[in-house]
Design a protein around this ligand. Structure first.
Ligand SMILES: [Zn+2]
Length: 199
């Protein structure tokens, strides 16, 4: 089965879950960290992806999809992502200057947090998309060898809020997705447990 990877990046280090994960279940980003309050504001840059033919390049689809987490306040923005400055911004039209190429579908910069007593505090997390991959959204009909942007960005927003990769097949936070699979649009019990651990 053809699959592609959906990554979390911490500046230069990939999250290597095969080594650090327990056999089953979710993994939080390390060090443990979260946004100080909910809902977490996430914006979608209003220039969409040229491979998504739903009228606005996936922008509206992603604004709606990421609300699956239940703690996200989402809308469009005309301001591109500024790394290290809130709000967390999803860029559907940019790979971030080469951050996400090859088999990568999308990547989240998870390195913006500060240490403090208790859980560390996230203050930004921007998401970039591999613009060379064929993508589609919930707002267009049919799928042929394409990857579901609703699923991909629901996964990436899991990284935005502080969650790493899960070894549970079927979890939204599982690190890869096959073409035309839309199941990660809906959170699995494992994803909900991770969210509720942090928030
Ligand atoms: Zn990931």
């Amino acid at each position: 089965m053809k699959t592609r990877n959906i990554f979390a990046l911490a500046f230069v280090t990939l999250i290597v879950t095969a080594i650090t994960s327990p056999a089953f279940g979710y993994v939080l980003l390390s060090p443990r960290r979260r946004w100080p309050t909910t809902p977490v504001t996430v914006r979608v840059y209003n220039v969409g992806n040229s491979t998504i033919t739903d009228g606005d390049g996936g922008v509206t689809a992603v604004v709606n999809a990421i609300r699956a987490w239940g703690i996200i306040s989402s809308s469009t923005t005309s301001s591109a992502a500024v790394r290290g400055t809130a709000p967390a911004t999803i860029m559907l039209n940019s790979n971030g200057g080469g951050l996400c190429t090859g088999s990568c579908l999308a990547a989240t910069l998870t390195g913006y947090y500060v240490s403090q007593t208790g859980d560390d505090r996230i203050y930004d997390a921007d998401v970039y998309t591999n613009t060379s991959q064929p993508l589609y959204s919930s707002r267009e009909a049919g799928c042929s060898g394409e990857y579901d942007i609703d699923s991909i960005m629901t996964h990436e927003v899991g990284h935005v809020i502080g969650i790493g990769h899960s070894n549970v097949a079927g979890a939204t936070m599982y690190p890869s997705i096959s073409a035309c699979n839309t199941a990660p649009r809906s959170l699995a019990a494992d994803d909900i447990a991770a969210r509720d651990d942090l928030y």
